[in-house]
Ligand binder design. Structure first.
Ligand code: ZN
Length: 237
């Protein structure tokens, strides 16, 4: 009986390990998608900031062109001052010059404040791009690690399943049926250890007499509380 119990314990451990591998195989792609979404969102945020910067640069080029035109107009008006014949004409060109000067001065002020804004945005884009670079490194590292783990899990699962199949062949049919029944009844784990009279399946105490019997392990014993197959195992904790 001890040998069959050993096989059952081994089968339970192997199937539990397979279960953990399957859960991990499900969990990893979900986590990988999450990381990918985070990274994409980060890329999009930087891209938006760069578009804003580009728009601001375009605005600056337009204002520069505007100012240049204004300065040319001003220059032309000043030249015309020397060609005028009447005082009335002279006064009118002076007025024109004044208007151009005001307009140009306003444009210069606008450009100066735009340059401040540009400086700030350029610094912010640079900082965000650096952050994105380190995010990319982190993301790619994690992705590589997860991909490798997924690859390794496939092999580990394969060997667990083949080990389970071999163990099942070695276990008598009636005992195996009992094992499957418990496992499939919603209790998940069919074989659990008991230490200091406590069942590790349901965490309830088992009667002392049964505990003594279990330590001798002459028959297949089930927990009176949770009906799982139990075995005695020394634990340090
Ligand atoms: Zn129990």
């Amino acid at each position: 009986m001890r040998e069959q119990l050993e096989l059952l314990i081994e089968l339970q451990k192997t199937e539990s390990a397979a279960g953990r591998i399957i859960a991990r195989k499900r969990e990893l792609p979900v986590r990988m998608n999450g990381r990918e979404e985070e990274f994409k969102a980060c890329c999009a945020a930087v891209e938006k900031e760069k578009e804003k910067l580009e728009a601001l640069r375009k605005n600056r080029r337009e204002k520069d062109a505007h100012l240049q035109k204004g300065q040319e107009s001003l220059k032309r008006s000043r030249e015309r001052l020397f060609e005028v014949k009447t005082n009335k004409e002279y006064q009118s060109i002076l007025k024109e010059i004044e208007t151009f000067e005001e307009k140009n001065s306003r444009m210069e002020d606008e450009i100066i404040s735009l340059l401040d804004e540009l400086d700030q945005l350029e610094a912010s884009v640079k900082k965000k791009e650096e952050e994105l670079d380190s995010h990319r490194l982190r993301y790619e590292g994690e992705k590589k690690q997860m991909t490798e783990e997924l690859g390794a899990l496939a092999g580990e699962l394969e060997s667990c399943l083949s080990k389970s199949a071999d163990l099942k062949k070695a276990i008598p049919a009636d005992i195996l049926r009992k094992y499957e029944q418990i496992k499939n009844s919603g209790r998940g784990v069919a074989v659990v250890s008991v230490w200091k009279e406590v069942c590790y399946g349901c965490h309830m105490s088992i009667p002392p007499q049964l505990y003594n019997q279990l330590q001798k392990s002459q028959t297949l014993i089930t927990c009176p509380n949770c009906s799982r197959i139990i075995y005695w195992e020394h634990r340090d904790a």
